[in-house]
Design a protein around this ligand. Structure first.
Ligand code: ADP
Ligand code: MG
Length: 695
């Protein structure tokens, strides 16, 4: 689908704009400006009052002032390093313009004695004399209109001046074509938004500081455009996944009933609801693309297993991918008995499966003898072929972006897709990064969970902590001891864990303490984990490899060393490893004094709440969205005007509008649909354009 001709002038080379040469074009690229259209959304962030004053006498220096003057005598510097001075007279006062390192001929030309000029700049009093050092503007009186009474200030980068950006932006605005409206008419009227071009012009021509507020109609409309374009992309991705390629997988409920009857507990209401939502999606002919979001310990694994059983009941197969080997093994351990009970064969496949053994598993999969496969990313290797894959589940993959999810969908051909994440995502982020998915939320924990008591302890009290640990171990309790990542180096990381392991083993005794870290050979890692799960070892010293998902209900103590070096979400995940059994649980956050302000705030938030959503909101407030999910792989959009943290409600409107539009007009062929295509082009959503349904 080619770009509409109407937009060509805005997609021309920057150098076609007056005043922009090859050098400045290159410099502008650093501001994300590559085409004239990009200048439209490079908005000023503040402004300077340039209202004309009759005289410098009317203001209280130091301050910026704009006055008309008659140029008087020039005083070139008497010696090197001294300034060049020009006397000027406004309506009431004589003062000086001061220039350092200026060329005399240039100043003679700029400020000819006896002529009138409009000057604007910062006035200061020096030795009792008012002076303006390096005026920002010197204009002929007949050109005075070039300087607005409120001058916009643009973001700059090396090699780019205010003047250049202002001029280039004006040039780009002059090229704005008359475009049909893409915003829903009702929405536009209700919000009182201007047309797109008027909004752009208004945002570039603020009248006062109030015009920089995100709530002004112009800026709000432009923010909405960005949200809307982004949500259209997500919705198009969602639609293209669902379109035609789905399967109807209708469970009989027989296997689920067998498993549920054997469980020592009942599903929570939230689990039941999630299972129902997933089953309904699977039974529908369109393809499922759903996110299952639930705080640590909310019981996502069981929901996933119920969904896998639907696939089996429908006569097909299901696969669940975990991010780490440890987790994959844990899924196997937790589910294999339940599966057997239902007469279902569940197997593990990881990168460690090699040779004949692997060959046998692949054959059993291809011929349908294995019904449920759990594993690492190895389950998506090319030669892994299913007889009839109906459901693909990705566990703990909050680091996945839209693009990767689309890839995953392609691999499973027509299989339904369920993504699970333990990271509670604030609503704004969920909308921005998972807007292409439907969402089920486990907002309730299994009953009987006791709160985890969390305390902050300085590392200076290490001996006390070890003493307490000895006591707890004596009572048959188990503990995790998490060592920090030192300076981001795996080797040092390993060294600190190793040292702590030696220390604790010396204090608590041989055989009581086990070690697991990322650098260990896989078989040793498994052995260490298995020993801890079986209760042979009592204290597991670990690096953050245990962060995601590990489930050992008997473990009731979590010690985190140098807790201040971890992020909030990470700490919450780690703490979520305890508080899963019937015993009272404790989490000790050990810190090295003095704590930074941010560090202290993070640890206190954690001490005061266990609510993952509250923690995530705090995290977002403290860090900003990019960071929260890991900037590079986050799949998060970058907005130029919109602020997804503060304009969540607006994004929600954009999402429902985008979904409704695509529902009514999937090919974007209506008048509004065609208008929307212009928006997608203008906001670089080309990928979306490729996804538009053809037919
Ligand atoms: P997560 O959502 O963090 O993946 P898990 O699926 O690991 O949580 O479940 C945590 C623990 O809660 C497991 O030991 C699991 O057996 C248990 N569990 C799951 N659902 C229930 C329930 N409805 N009632 C009681 N315990 C449950
Ligand atoms: Mg889990």
């Amino acid at each position: 689908m080619s770009r509409p001709e109407l937009l060509f002038p805005l997609f021309a080379d920057l150098e076609t704009l007056e005043g922009v040469g090859p050098k400045s074009a290159k410099a502008l690229a650093a501001l994300g400006v590559e085409k004239p259209k990009d200048l439209l959304l490079l908005l000023p962030h503040s402004g300077i009052d340039r209202a004309r004053k009759p005289s410098v006498r009317d203001v209280v220096p130091p301050t910026t002032v704009t006055v008309e003057v008659v140029v008087g005598a020039h005083f070139p510097p008497r010696s090197k390093g001294r300034p060049y001075r020009v006397m000027v007279q406004d309506s009431a006062l004589e003062f000086q313009l001061v220039f350092f390192h200026a060329r005399g001929d240039y100043l003679q030309n700029l400020l000819p004695t006896g002529q009138k000029r409009l000057v604007s700049g910062r006035v200061e009093v020096f030795d009792g004399i008012a002076q303006m050092v390096h005026p920002d503007h010197v204009l002929r009186v007949e050109d005075a209109a070039e300087l607005p009474e409120f001058e916009p200030v643009y973001p700059l980068t090396a090699g780019v001046t205010q003047k250049l950006v202002a001029k280039a932006a004006a040039g780009a605005m002059a090229r704005m074509p008359d475009l049909p409206e893409w915003v829903d008419a009702g929405q536009k009227a209700k919000a009182g938004w201007p047309d797109w071009a008027d909004a752009i012009r208004a945002a570039h021509k603020p009248q006062s500081n109030a015009d920089f507020a995100e709530t002004t109609p112009a800026r709000q409309r432009l923010a909405y455009d960005e949200f809307f374009a982004h949500q259209l992309t997500l919705s198009l991705a969602r639609a293209s996944l669902r379109r035609g390629t789905g399967r109807e997988s209708r469970g009989t409920g027989a296997l689920q009933r067998m498993v549920l009857a054997a469980l020592p507990y009942q599903l929570t209401a939230a689990q039941t609801r999630a299972v129902a939502e997933i089953s309904a999606d699977m039974a529908a002919p369109s393809r499922m693309n759903r996110l299952l979001q639930g705080d640590v310990g909310s019981g996502k694994t069981l929901v996933a297993f119920m969904a896998l059983l639907v696939a089996v009941e429908a006569g097909g197969q299901g696969v669940m991918m975990a991010p780490t080997e440890i987790l994959a093994r844990q899924h196997l351990a937790g589910l294999v008995d339940l599966a057997a009970l239902a007469g279902v064969r569940l197997e593990l496949l990881t990168g460690r499966d090699k040779g004949a053994e692997r060959g046998r598993k692949l054959a059993d999969l291809a011929e349908g003898r294995i019904q449920i496969l759990v594993g690492t990313h190895a389950v998506f290797q090319k030669d892994v072929v299913f007889q009839d894959l109906r459901l693909a589940i990705v566990d703990e993959q909050h680091r996945f972006g839209v693009a990767q999810r689309m890839e995953l969908g392609a691999k499973g051909q027509s299989a339904d897709v369920l993504v699970m994440t333990a990271t509670p995502i604030p609503r704004s982020l969920a909308l921005a990064s998972y807007g292409d998915m439907d969402v089920s939320v486990l907002d309730e924990k299994p009953p009987g969970r006791k709160p985890v008591q969390t305390a902050l302890v300085s590392t200076t009290r290490m001996d006390e902590v070890v003493e307490k640990l000895r006591h707890a171990v004596g009572e048959g309790r188990q503990a995790y001891w998490v060592c920090p990542l030192v300076e981001d180096s795996e080797v040092l990381d390993y060294a600190s864990a190793e040292a702590r392991f030696q220390h604790l083993r010396a204090a608590l005794g041989e055989g009581v303490v086990a070690l697991v870290h990322g650098q260990m050979p896989a078989s040793e890692k498994d052995a260490a984990m298995a020993g801890f799960v079986a209760g042979q070892s009592k204290v597991l010293v670990a690096t953050t490899v245990i962060e995601v998902g590990v489930n050992v209900p008997n473990a009731s103590i979590m010690v985190i060393e140098r807790a201040e070096t971890f992020g909030l979400a990470q700490l919450h995940q780690l703490r979520g490893r305890v508080g899963r059994g019937s015993a009272h649980s404790t989490c000790l956050l050990m810190y090295q004094a003095p704590l930074s302000e941010g560090g202290e705030r993070r640890l206190k938030v954690l001490r005061d709440t266990e609510d993952g959503f509250r923690i995530a909101e705090e995290d977002l407030a403290m860090r900003g969205a990019g960071d929260l999910i890991g900037t590079a792989q986050s799949g998060l959009p970058r907005f130029r005007v919109a602020d997804m943290e503060r304009q969540t409600a607006l994004m929600a409107v954009a999402q429902s509008d985008a979904r409704k539009l695509l529902h009514d007009d999937p090919g974007l062929t209506s008048d509004r649909g065609k208008a929307v295509r212009n928006l997608l082009w203008l906001l670089d959503q080309d990928r979306a354009i490729r996804l538009i349904s053809v037919g």
